[in-house]
Design a protein around this ligand. Structure first.
Ligand code: AOF
Ligand code: ZN
Length: 376
């Protein structure tokens, strides 16, 4: 018993490598199009301690898939090894050959999976290909962690709409800005950089037209080395009120702008915005031209967008909250106060919408970030 007591049980080893595969998958979160960002590790277990022989993450744009890259790196070392994959290996001939077949051909002895693929083309078939080839398969390892990491993909496949994160920055006195003042500094530089990193991890940034009119924001990523990773900027603008001279169009050739308009929008205004290189999409509205947040998200889902960061303003946030369309809230709490002419935030630490609970808390300089998740 002396020696074997120091060897961790298989389940612990599996969790350790799956955690590493999940961390790897996060590198390309938001950058793989309709495809989820998957992490894969090939681990040899025949020596005194397990050794990683290959690693892969779904490539930018969605292909090649993670497993193919991990297997390519491992080469002949995959023979008899264990593969850890955050999503069930695919079984369909899509834009790339099936990963399940590649795993069989590589000679791996065991495959550990976190989440089964809900994609109708896969849905268990990946597992059965492996099974039939005599490979030992285990699934459900760190499933809930992996589900969080690919929440956008699972939301789109399961609910036909993207996963929506509401980001708000509130002052110590619960305000998100000052009336008529344009952009007001609520948080410091470190927190602003954290927001930009959040943008990188989402496929789209969304704001109501009121924010464009009031703040004229750029909504791009300006972190050194990540400038090219700005997601599409979506403006909820039923009446096409976005000013054609808005700053966000200055970069429209490098980072796209998508305007969601209703049938009530004036043709002339829509044309002027199209001339500024905005993509225009008509979304169904009520007879007054108002949008149902569900319909907005459904449209974005049809376009293949998996995850959206809603960045304002107060009214748009309220509408999406009221419709039950917010899945996560990222609340930055600054240390400054705005005062009497402030615009009250729809969410503060003291007024968290029903059904949300604190998932994580962190600190950025003088500011705090509280992340809330749905309890269901
Ligand atoms: C994997 N490994 O790394 C990813 C998978 O259009 P395709 O051919 O690229 O297939 C897309 C589907 O493949 C996607 O809906 C999801 O079910 C799965 N993604 N599968 O084996 C990967 N990203
Ligand atoms: Zn695949």
């Amino acid at each position: 018993p002396g020696a074997s007591a120091s060897v961790p049980p298989q389940a612990d080893i599996d969790r350790r490598f799956m955690a590493a595969a999940i961390r790897l998958s996060l590198r390309h979160r938001g950058l793989t199009g309709e495809n989820p960002s998957v992490g894969a590790l090939i681990v040899r277990t025949d020596g005194a301690a397990p050794v990683i022989a290959g690693r892969g993450v779904t490539a930018l744009g969605g292909r090649p898939h993670a497993e193919l890259q991990a297997l390519a790196e491992a080469g002949p070392a995959a023979q008899g090894a264990t593969a850890y994959v955050t999503l069930e290996p695919c079984s369909h001939i899509g834009k790339s050959p099936p990963c399940a077949d590649a795993l069989v051909a590589s000679g791996v002895a065991r495959v550990v999976i976190a989440v089964l693929d809900p994609d109708k083309r896969v849905a268990g078939r990946g597992v059965s290909i492996l099974d039939k080839a005599g490979i030992e398969v285990a699934h459900g390892c760190l499933e809930s962690e992996a589900r969080k990491a690919m929440a956008g993909f699972l939301s789109l496949k399961g609910r036909g709409r993207p996963f929506l994160t509401l980001k708000l920055a509130v002052s110590a006195d619960g305000m998100i800005g000052r009336r008529g003042a344009g952009q007001v500094a609520i948080t410091g530089e470190t927190a602003r950089r954290a927001v930009q990193m959040m943008r990188v991890e989402h496929e789209a940034i969304m704001v109501g037209v009121g924010t464009i009119v009031a703040d004229d924001p750029l909504l791009t990523v300006r972190l050194a080395g990540l400038e090219k990773r700005s997601p599409v900027r979506v403006v909820v603008d039923p009446f096409a009120r976005t000013p054609p001279e808005a700053k966000l169009f200055d970069e429209a050739d490098r980072h796209s702008v998508l305007l969601l308009v209703s049938e009530k929008a004036q043709r002339r205004q829509v044309d002027a915005l199209r001339d500024r290189r905005a993509a225009i999409r008509a979304v169904a509205s009520d007879y007054r031209g108002r949008f149902d947040p569900r319909e907005v998200l459904r449209s974005l889902g049809v376009m293949g967008l998996k995850s959206i960061l809603l960045e304002g303003g107060a009214e748009t946030a309220r509408q999406f909250l009221a419709a039950g369309m917010v899945d996560r809230i990222a609340l930055f709490v600054g240390s400054t106060t705005v005062g009497g002419d402030g615009i009250p935030s729809p969410v503060t630490e003291r007024t968290v919408p029903a059904g949300f609970t604190v998932a994580e808390e962190s600190r950025f300089g003088m500011d705090r970030l509280i992340e809330y998740e749905r309890m269901d």
